[in-house]
Design a protein around this ligand. Structure first.
Ligand code: PZK
Length: 287
């Protein structure tokens, strides 16, 4: 960073700094996690791919909801953003039945209070996307909650607004991605309020770390789907007999190269841009 900035938070693979009273700097590293463990080997440019994708979507969804993006830095991995008062809610939308949604459905026949047909399989497409909020866990996993619990956290009116905005964002991006051969199985947003109490999209949007990306040409419900970006890493880890507790294994060069290529491919398919053009000038994604 050129100027002094105070570190205010760490995610598994990102760092957050304070620039001044109104602005934060979100920096995406090249770290990768699998089975919830951050690995010791980085994927070159992963942070740039995620930052570029997020900015691409922010630029294209501002008519649905304003967002926190103020500027992309020349390094391609740092976003200057408006400081918001974040809602105490993970805003999840699911178009397909997988992950914790599939687990909850198998146990109860419902996901976050949405009762579903009785005969659904792993990874089935849902008849309509559903809003499935979760609490923000300080550590460990977020916990799925129903709409009544979510409405208690943010108020009924705000809940209704957040649900409508989240569904609209998901419908827009999933239709766009599907035309480009990528299924967005589900996605997670973090929304906040600006100084006027207006709803604003924060964090990252429609990146492979905040959404499940599936290759459309390999989609086959009834089984878990391969991940567009992380499948090489998962498959390699499964060959090791690693127990999925820290520390994670180092990745060999061919797994690193194959995984980097998949991230770059996702970027290029979704944005229609050359990744090299992004590296030369990140602002190309704002189009
Ligand atoms: C905010 N996080 C998550 C934690 C990270 C990211 N615009 C904003 N205003 C206020 N707070 C946040 C944001 C955003 N985005 C995001 N926590 C607070 C987080 C740790 C590291 F990179």
């Amino acid at each position: 960073m050129p100027e002094a900035a105070t570190h205010v938070g760490s995610g598994k693979v990102r760092e957050l700094y304070e620039l001044d009273d109104d602005r934060l700097l979100l920096v995406a590293s090249d770290r990768i996690s699998t089975f919830d463990v951050v690995l010791p080997t980085e994927i070159p440019d992963k942070g740039r791919v995620l930052t570029g994708l997020s900015a691409f979507w922010f630029a294209r969804t501002r008519e649905i909801v304003p967002n926190h993006l103020l500027a992309l830095r020349a390094d391609g991995r740092s976003t200057e953003c408006r400081r918001l008062e974040m809602l105490p809610l993970e805003c999840v939308v699911r178009g397909y039945l997988t992950g914790s949604g599939w687990k909850d459905y198998q146990a109860t026949g419902a996901v976050c209070g949405h009762r579903l047909a009785e005969d659904l399989r792993d990874s089935d497409k849902l008849p309509e996307p559903i809003f499935t909020p979760a609490t923000k866990a300080q550590e460990g996993h977020d916990e799925n909650i129903d709409r009544e619990q979510a409405a208690e956290l943010v108020g009924q009116e705000r809940f209704d607004e957040v649900e409508q905005v989240s569904l609209e964002l998901y419908r827009f991006a999933s239709a766009y991605a599907a035309e480009r051969g990528i299924l967005l199985a589900d996605t997670k947003f973090e929304l906040g309020l600006d100084e006027e109490g207006q709803l604003v999209l924060g964090d990252e949007a429609f990146t492979p770390d905040s959404s499940r990306f599936w290759p459309a040409d390999e989609y086959e419900p009834g089984r878990p789907q391969p991940s567009f970006d992380k499948q090489f890493v998962r498959d390699y880890c499964e060959t090791l007999g690693w127990d999925k507790t820290p520390p994670g294994p180092e990745l060999p060069d061919d797994v690193v190269a194959g995984t980097r290529a998949r991230y770059v491919e996702a970027f290029e398919r979704l944005t229609g841009l050359d990744f090299d053009a992004y590296l030369a000038d990140p602002n190309v994604v704002l189009g």
